[in-house]
Design a protein around this ligand. Structure first.
Ligand SMILES: C=C(O[C@@H]1C=C(C(=O)O)C=C[C@H]1O)C(=O)O
Length: 370
């Protein structure tokens, strides 16, 4: 199967209104797909399920799973092709900017007057368009090799497309990895940049919260924390700290429940920030800032690649992997419009106008492929 026939197969599946997901992990070339044979919705229960998870921001709402056992698995190598970047501006009404800046101002006032330290505020940007969603997916693969690029569809939920830079949790065997990703500045052709105290502190808050959270879980040990460093995600740069640990696989549910939503997309203290978002943000985040990816995926590796044809399982090792990502830099696709979701962390030192600008820069990740 070549890449175009892979996409054609998915397009056909979509035209039958059947659920599917196609995706590619950061830094990889293999594009994978799971095609569901019917439109029944299955939900996650105890995180022992094996399948592709799609979870909303609201942690009281259930996460959907496409079970690996019932779906048809397909895969293909990504093919490179030229993307002609059209730098188009998708202007928004002044009214929307005013509304957002007012909300940011109100949030800063609340932070100053209460125990709220940081809260992530977001919005959606509507873009009127005729769509060919598979072309967006193809362009995203090409433009963002370091992102988890996906296109997910269920007829009862809709279609979501994204290119996220943020890992929620990755596990293999008994090793676990996560990250604290926060702080944003515009990418100007170099990663050699300095960060303001406000951003450094904002990102350090996220690292501390993740480490504190994980250290409360009995099944987690050997926590290791890296140094903050700059990473690029499309048109913006972020500060990132890698966190790793050893864990007991029985603790996976607790770990995911503890990590989602991280202060990178919610805030601190957690309860206050979560409450503030649900009551004051004034719209439904839906699956934006939820999470998605493979849960308990059986990964088979040939131990000795030169003995590939030996039919002896001793030459193969099987490990269970979980690869979940935070659903950022994403959009929901409708028949004639898109809704691009964007946000940023607010602290007492935030400036409403820069926060508006930040959402514009983040929206460009999706706008570049339209
Ligand atoms: C909320 C978003 O991004 C998150 C918020 C960031 C910030 O506040 O600087 C940076 C990276 C993400 O953790 C988004 O992209 O919509």
């Amino acid at each position: 199967m070549n890449f175009d026939s892979f996409l054609e197969k998915v397009r056909e599946h979509h035209s039958l209104q059947l659920p599917f997901v196609i995706y590619r992990h950061p830094g990889e070339k293999l594009v994978k797909g799971q095609l569901q044979p019917n439109n029944i919705i299955e939900y996650i229960n105890d995180f022992q399920e094996k399948g592709f998870v799609f979870a909303p921001f609201n942690s009281q709402k259930r996460a959907i799973v496409f079970s690996f056992a019932s779906a048809e698995a397909i895969s293909v190598e990504q093919e490179s092709f030229q993307v002609n970047l059209k730098k188009r501006e998708y202007k928004e009404e002044q009214q929307e900017q005013d509304r957002y800046e007012k909300l940011i101002n109100k949030t800063i006032d609340t932070i100053k007057a209460s125990g709220l330290e940081k809260v992530v505020i977001s919005r959606k940007k509507e873009i009127e368009l005729e769509t060919e969603p598979f072309l967006y997916f193809k362009r995203l693969l090409e433009l963002y090799p370091e992102a988890m690029v996906y296109c997910w569809y269920h007829p009862l939920v809709g279609m979501w497309i994204g290119a996220t830079p943020e890992t929620l949790v990755k596990t293999e065997g008994r090793r676990l990895k996560t990250m604290a990703l926060a702080g944003t500045q515009v990418f100007n052709n170099t990663k050699e940049v300095s960060w303001k105290e406000k951003e450094k502190e904002e990102q350090a808050i996220v690292t501390r919260a993740i480490v504190d959270g994980l250290s409360q879980i009995a099944e987690v040990s050997n926590l290791q924390v890296g140094e903050p460093h700059t990473v690029r995600a499309g048109n913006v740069l972020h500060l990132k700290t890698n966190v790793s640990a050893t864990y007991e696989t029985s603790g996976l549910k607790k770990i995911i429940k503890k990590l989602h939503p991280t202060p990178a997309v919610c805030g601190l203290p957690y309860e206050m920030a979560y409450d503030y978002i649900l009551t004051k943000e004034n719209y439904d985040r839906s699956y934006y800032t939820g999470y998605l990816g493979e849960l308990n995926f059986q990964h088979t590796k040939n131990r000795n690649p030169r003995r590939r044809n030996v039919e002896n399982s001793a030459y193969q090792s099987v490990s269970k992997q979980t690869n979940l990502y935070v659903n950022l830099r994403c959009m929901q696709v409708f028949d004639n419009r898109l809704e691009v979701y964007v946000g940023g962390g607010i602290t007492k030192d935030s400036q409403p106008k820069s926060e508006w600008e930040e959402t514009q820069r983040k929206a460009e990740t999706m706008q570049q492929v339209l």
